[in-house]
Design a protein around this ligand. Structure first.
Ligand SMILES: C[S@@+](CC[C@H](N)C(=O)[O-])C[C@H]1O[C@@H](n2cnc3c(N)ncnc32)[C@H](O)[C@@H]1O
Length: 425
């Protein structure tokens, strides 16, 4: 594709994303599936253009509003290109060259772009929430959370995330996996905290390679690996991954159990649980069972207090994953957060029934918000005095009352985990 062709595809993709309530990556997957003629390199180039806009969406919107210009995908992409250092002349060329390019800029569009010349994306009059690329309503919550570090935290949250892998110790070692990846031209280095983590030097395709296909490595953010570590599961234990989704953490926990004992991956979503089947097989996990949770599920009662470990990796605001899903920032509403915190409490009420005396309930989110984290744990302990909080099982540098990870401090996604033990008597 020519740069003009890539720009035209980026305009089409951004148009779809802006009109669709689904997450941008789901819209993009669908977009590219319907356009198989767009090869891998072009797909990356188109995504880079669009994600550049999504990371700066509020800034760009503020500028266009200031100039009383419409917030069209064409102007958003062109404005982003100007603020990234391209000249209006070069941008105008991209809008005119070749039959696969977008229609030329109108005189009104050109006039808007001319007015950006000499400006930076930042402007001293921008409101704080625009500066941090977050919704207005969430600003006080994040201020309370991060205090004077808020600006740096939000800047780190707006950087693209690295690609992390977890070495599957059922099949490999870190050294052997690094070697296998190197033979595919992928340079990987051990992560700072997770004993099984590798970070790739640049974002390259891993899933087509032999190391991945053979189940030596799995894609998993280092923070997610640390949640699995906090579960502290051992060979022979009985474990539940209560909100298992497609089994990301189930796989890691099964690995710590060395395939001995039993792990049940639960979820309310059939397609998510089905997504785990292939992954469990590829990883060589033999001690996992899937269980679909249904309303009034009798299984919960039958299995009462039978498990050594229960992980609740709760559905949450995903505020810790904004690096990967920048569009999620503008989609999240206050009503969503209220609904999520209620759901989390309800899920904890159910899942705690499974924990045996002396067993641990591990509550985790990929949120950085107190409402979903510390406050949720405090409320749980008030409802269930037979549980008490234990220090987190983690590498020495991270030990504490709870695990709290952030992109700025740890280079991982934002995560929270707390360990709650059911007293023996
Ligand atoms: C954060 S995701 C889990 C991610 C997964 N643990 C992983 O590591 O890939 C939360 C999951 O909770 C599930 N969920 C939503 N409501 C639930 C409920 N009432 N009980 C159990 N799981 C629920 C969702 O379907 C979703 O898969």
């Amino acid at each position: 594709m020519t740069p003009a062709g890539q720009l035209a595809a980026a305009i089409d993709l951004l148009t779809e994303i802006e009109a669709d309530p689904r997450p941008a990556d789901a819209v993009a997957n669908h977009f590219f599936r319907n356009r198989r003629f767009i090869g891998g390199g072009d797909r990356r180039a188109v995504s880079t253009l669009v994600w550049g806009v999504l990371r700066a969406r509020r800034h760009l919107g503020w500028w266009l509003e200031k100039l009383r210009a419409p917030q069209t995908p064409r102007l958003l992409l062109a404005a982003q290109a100007i603020f990234s250092g391209q000249t209006p002349h070069k941008i105008a060329l991209a809008f005119t060259s070749g039959r696969y390019g977008p229609p030329p800029l109108s005189p009104e569009e050109s006039a808007v772009l001319e007015r950006f010349a000499g400006h930076t994306l930042e402007h001293p009059e921008m409101p704080e929430a625009v500066k941090y690329e977050i919704p207005d309503w969430i600003l006080p919550k994040l201020k309370a959370q991060f205090g004077s570090a808020l600006e740096a935290e939000m800047a780190a949250m707006n950087e693209p995330a690295p690609l992390d892998l977890r070495v599957n110790m059922l099949k490999s070692t870190r050294e052997a996996a690094i070697g296998a990846l190197a033979r595919e031209g992928l340079r990987a280095e051990p992560t700072a905290y997770s004993p099984w983590g590798l970070r790739l030097a640049n974002r390259q395709s891993v899933t087509q390679g032999q190391a991945f296909q053979d189940g030596l490595v799995e894609i998993q953010d280092e923070g997610s690996q640390l949640i699995a570590l906090a579960v502290d599961a051992h060979p022979g234990m009985r474990v539940v991954d209560y909100c298992a989704g497609a089994g990301g953490k189930t796989l890691a926990i099964a690995m710590t159990m060395e395939n001995k004992g039993h792990i049940v991956a639960c979820d309310v979503s059939v397609p998510r649980l089905e997504g785990a089947i292939k992954r469990l097989r590829r990883a060589g996990v033999h001690n996992a069972e899937r269980h679909l949770l249904e309303p009034g599920d009798k299984w919960l009662k039958r299995q009462g207090q039978k498990f050594d470990r229960v992980l609740v990796d709760a559905p949450c605001s995903g505020t810790g994953t904004w690096r990967r899903n920048p569009d999620a920032r503008t989609r999240l509403t206050e009503a969503d957060l209220a609904e999520l915190t209620q759901k989390q409490a309800m899920i904890l009420d159910q899942a705690q029934k499974l924990v045996k005396p002396g067993g641990k309930l591990v509550y985790a989110t990929c949120s950085v918000l107190n409402d979903e984290n510390e406050s949720q744990v405090e409320a749980f302990l008030a409802r269930y005095p037979m549980f008490e909080q234990l220090p987190i099982e983690a590498p020495a540098a991270l030990r504490g009352a709870a695990l709290r990870l952030s992109p700025r401090v740890h280079g991982t996604d934002g995560f929270f985990a707390a360990v709650l033990v059911r007293r023996e008597t």
